[in-house]
Structures are given as structure tokens and as C-alpha cells.
Write a protein that binds this ligand. Structure first.
Ligand code: NI
Length: 144
């Protein structure tokens, strides 16, 4: 495993739409392992592949309930109910701000075995899912 360099605001990769993963290989598994290690090293709760310079639709999350690894994640349902809370980003050090997000989302994705999975998150998990999936579209929390 390896700790990867986290790209910061100003790096064009953060503003690029990430490509879908067409084939899950041993390289994908290694990338997921490295992303998880990098996220823990940086004490983050989520990391998207563009943040380590790889423009692919891959995110990892751990809000203290174990690792979630999502490939090609897509939000398929969002609650009308929203809430505002402070948000930060490993790519935008020392900045935080209030962001309004859906309180609950449902996400469809692939796991590292290429199986289709569905995940529902509320509160913080829903927030982190939305934040990380935004990264895949080149969107950052400061845009809100
Ligand atoms: Ni971020």
C-alpha cells in the first residue's frame, strides 16, 4: 500500500469530470487500498480518486463505521429534506463552510468485486456521499 499525494485547489484534475470505470482489475483494488490508506493518513472521512490525481469514478468513505468503497457511484434518490452543516475538504486545507445537503440519499454503485450494490445514508453519511460524488463531477464544496 502507499500513501498518495493529495491534490489541492488549483489543480485542474479537481475540476475535471471523472471517467466511469469500465473494467475492475487488480489495479483498481490496489488503487482502493491506497486511497483508504491515504484517507486515514490525512484523517479524512472521505476521498475521491480525482483528489489523488486519478480522474476515475471511485470514492472511499469512513465516517467511523468502517470503510465504504464505491465505484461508479450514482445518487438515485435524494430526500427533499435538507440540512446545513460545516464541511471541509482535504483538497482545500484550512477552509470550511456551511453547505446545504439532502438529509438522506440512496446511491447505486459497484463494489471492488464488480457487484452492484445499493447504499442508503442519512445525516453525516449522506453528506459525505454527496460531497465525494460531487468530486467526480469536478464540483467542490466552496461552489455552494
Ligand atoms: Ni473533498
Amino acid at each position: 500500500m502507499a500513501i498518495l499525494n493529495i491534490r489541492e485547489l488549483g489543480d485542474p484534475v479537481l475540476r475535471t469530470e471523472a471517467k466511469k470505470v469500465e473494467e475492475i482489475t487488480a489495479k483498481t483494488a490496489k488503487l482502493l487500498d491506497d486511497m483508504v490508506e491515504t484517507m486515514y493518513d490525512a484523517q479524512g472521512v472521505g476521498l475521491a480518486a480525482p483528489q489523488i490525481g486519478i480522474s476515475k469514478q471511485i470514492i472511499v468513505i469512513d465516517i467511523g463505521q468502517g470503510v465504504i468503497e464505491l465505484i461508479n457511484p450514482e445518487i438515485v434518490e435524494s430526500s427533499d429534506r435538507t440540512y446545513i452543516d460545516q464541511e471541509g475538504c482535504l483538497s482545500i486545507p484550512e477552509q470550511s463552510g456551511d453547505v446545504e445537503r439532502a438529509y438522506q440519499v440512496k446511491v447505486e454503485a459497484l463494489n471492488r468485486d464488480g457487484e452492484e450494490i445499493e447504499l442508503e445514508g442519512k445525516g453525516l453519511l449522506a453528506r459525505v456521499l454527496q460531497h465525494e460524488i460531487d468530486h467526480l463531477a469536478g464540483k467542490l464544496f466552496i461552489d455552494y
